[in-house]
Design a protein around this ligand. Sequence first.
Ligand code: PSV
Ligand code: MN
Length: 406
Amino acid sequence: MSDRAYVIFEEQQRARGIDLDQVKAKLKAFKIETPSWGYGDSGTRFKVFKKQGVPRNPFEKFDDAAQVHRLTGICPSVAIHIPWDKVEDYGKLKSHAENLGLAIGAVNPNLFQEQEYMLGSVTNADPLIRRKATDHLLECVDIAKETGSRDLSLWFADGTNYPGQGDIRQRKAWMLEALAEMYKAMMPQMRMLIEYKFFEPAFYHTDLADWGMAYNYAVKLGPQAQVLVDTGHHAQGTNVEHIVAYLIDEHKLGGFHFNSRKYADDDLIVGSMNPYELFLIFYQILSAANDSDLSIGQTVNQIAYMIDQSHNIEAKIPAMIRSVMNVQTQYAKALLVNHSEVAEAQQRNDVLEAENAVRQAFEFDVTPLLHAVREEMGVPADPMKAYLNSGYPKSILSRGIGGASW
Ligand code: PSV
Ligand code: MN
């Protein structure tokens, strides 16, 4: 991309009242966390496909994540999932991450893969199973202390498949009991991010089915509890950006798990099918960031942007790079919205102009802008191409087949 393309882009944006220096500063400060489980083998409930070169342990997952950060410059932290990333010594994993220029990000307890959890974890009718599940939550708080992680992201597979299978109200109380015990164990700087999902693996009822339930628990628990919006966890047609705006306004949006969503939680590359939704989510976030109430801006600044994808059929590292670039592209476009233009059109009740002022930003090609930003950050203008041309894809083949699953 030539400098000329950037000069034309800058002139065009200046004429619209957009200050590109500010836009660039925001793009440089924007960070996306990648998931350790996105580097391991994965599949569907029908088949886990084995790939050559997949990391064999958590340390190698960080090696791969470091490539994504080296080439994009915006992925300095990696979320871990316990026990998938269980190690003897978390201090060692932390130093390994730091030597690679990374930090350990959110700690995700895993309460969905042990035999005992078939009928629920923290909402199981058996008090011993509930105890075991809550102890795992507490173990994750301890791990977060060791890794220096701020966020604990919680997702529960708990739910039932048939009417009458469980006492829904009783399970609601058990959920709160477990979350409250965990909340009490957290350090003051830690956050509990509560994720919801309206189906799968339970189909009749899910104990934490939607943002309203997650929000209600977060309110009951206190200011360190917030909601995590996974973009793949809603019913078809749900207006996710509305949920985002609402939660920010209540100071309860803690973060995102980005993935695509054709039908559901599909683990496909974010932005591959509905980039406009992603753009509209960022438009809501950025318009809240402009709020005269500074506490809204504080909530926005704390939002954790995380990817939650474990690609099945495509090569892991480039798929993660593509995902990161797709998010960055939509964020860049949202930074081009002229908010006063939108506000003025809203004041005039001019529906078409208001919609136009938002959509217009989406329609710009931000390639010259992103190339300029990457150049200033000292990363390749085209991270994807740089990865494919690097020696790394070949170098990992010696790991063989049969690495870590997730
Ligand atoms: C569940 O579908 C989920 O979105 C949760 O965030 C899990 O932690 C993650 O996927 C990995 O299974
Ligand atoms: Mn998720």
